[in-house]
Design a protein around this ligand. Structure first.
Ligand SMILES: Nc1ncnc2c1ncn2[C@@H]1O[C@H](COP(=O)(O)OP(=O)(O)OP(=O)(O)O)[C@@H](O)[C@H]1O
Ligand SMILES: [Mg+2]
Length: 221
């Protein structure tokens, strides 16, 4: 029994030494960090794939536009911001000015996609080199409409591009960064809800996208 314990102990020491050597050889800390990076980038990749797929689904109309519910527009904006959190660089300050706060009757996931696309564009328009990036999201009631504006102080849109902006596949981005579907999707979804989408932009100053959607008040049961 004593012998057995000794052997085991020796064996253990040996194995530990081997393990230590192996650990140094494969540089475990590095691999763990690398793996985390890979996972994070896969996650970004997955997010992108997910957005492209849902964009394409809007085109193929397998999502029913009449899938409407009563929901809070502002909640859906918060969801979009959370989903895009990892892409909002630390130089960008987000200002939320939420003043609508009523229940809205519409397709929340499709309108969520509109907010995702507009916020993505705003964030992509603010280079990391801009020290004080600003993204402002505002909701308000104007007469019988809810008006949502997404404003950035990014690059702005050159006039020569402005007329093509809502066309499918119009993009000024590289292939990995943009397909040029975001705004045409937004246009389709907003129109489906009886609303309008427009923008104002000045190169070097920034861009504001405005959505106006007619709404009715929910009747209490
Ligand atoms: N906030 C913005 N600031 C500056 N340019 C913008 C902004 N929003 C849109 N654009 C311009 O409009 C083009 C079309 O936008 P859209 O969202 O349709 O496509 P994308 O962003 O290029 O690609 P995708 O949305 O499919 O990833 C963009 O490539 C960009 O040039
Ligand atoms: Mg886009």
């Amino acid at each position: 029994m004593e012998n057995y314990q000794e052997i085991t102990h020796e064996e253990m020491t040996l194995r530990m030494a081997e393990l230590k050597k192996l650990k140094e050889e494969i540089n475990l800390a590095y691999i763990i960090k690398d793996f985390a990076d890979i996972l994070a980038s896969n996650n970004n990749g997955l997010m992108r794939v997910q957005r492209i797929v849902s964009d394409l689904r809007v085109f193929s109309r397998d999502q029913q536009p009449e899938n409407r519910i009563w929901f809070k527009i502002e909640d859906e904006i918060e969801v979009s911001l959370r989903l895009l959190q990892h892409r909002i660089t630390s130089n960008i300050q987000i200002t939320k000015s939420f003043n609508f706060l009523e229940l809205f009757y519409g397709n929340n996931s499709r309108l969520g996609q509109v907010f995702m696309n507009l916020i993505s564009n705003a964030v992509e328009a603010i280079p990391e080199s801009v020290e004080k990036g600003m993204l402002t999201i505002r909701t308000e009631k104007i007469e019988d409409k809810v008006v949502i504006t997404v404003t950035d102080n990014g690059l702005g849109i050159p006039e020569k591009y402005q007329s093509a902006l809502f066309e499918p596949f119009f993009t000024t981005k590289t292939q990995e960064k943009g397909m040029g579907l975001g705004l045409s999707i937004c246009y389709g979804i907003v129109t489906e809800h009886g609303g309008t989408i427009s923008f104002e932009s000045t190169v070097g100053e920034g861009t504001a996208f405005t959505i106006e959607l007619p709404y009715s008040i929910k009747e209490e049961n």
